[in-house]
Ligand binder design. Structure first.
Ligand SMILES: [Zn+2]
Length: 136
């Protein structure tokens, strides 16, 4: 896809500071980090959301996520790491190429990933679970 900035990074048409390249996936530094050390992991082949990515490529991406988070724990002295992935704009996706954010965290860093909790009506959770199960 011509206009996709992550495809251009994967094709070395835009410079990036790379961490790891499996051949199928690429890990590189986010230039607008939520915290210093923030890494992005992408499949090399374009897909907008998870279901657009082949199983083989998706397995490679998540193994790259694990490999890089292991390296971040060893090298950055972080207390934790968030792995964050968005599907479509309503969920906060800005670049329409599947990507995982790996964000190093420190105790008390005040980066807020908290969200409110809704309450289900009686039977509502089971109903929604049934809708999801029937679509598997
Ligand atoms: Zn792309």
């Amino acid at each position: 896809m011509q206009e996709c900035i992550f495809c251009k990074i994967a094709e070395n048409k835009i410079p990036s500071v790379n961490i790891y390249d499996s051949g199928k996936s690429l890990a590189f530094m986010d230039i607008m980090p939520a915290r210093k050390g923030h890494v992005l992991v992408i499949p090399r082949k374009h897909g907008e959301i998870l279901s657009d990515i082949s199983e083989e490529d998706l397995k490679d991406v998540i193994l790259t996520v694990r490999k890089v988070t292991d390296a971040m724990f060893k090298s950055l002295c972080c207390d934790g790491i968030n792995v964050h992935q968005c599907n479509r704009a309503a969920a906060g996706q800005v670049v329409n190429h599947v990507h995982f954010h790996l964000i190093p965290r420190s105790e008390g860093d005040n980066l807020n990933f908290g969200w409110p909790h809704e309450a289900y009506d009686k039977g509502e959770m089971e109903n929604i679970a049934g809708k999801i199960r029937s679509s598997l």
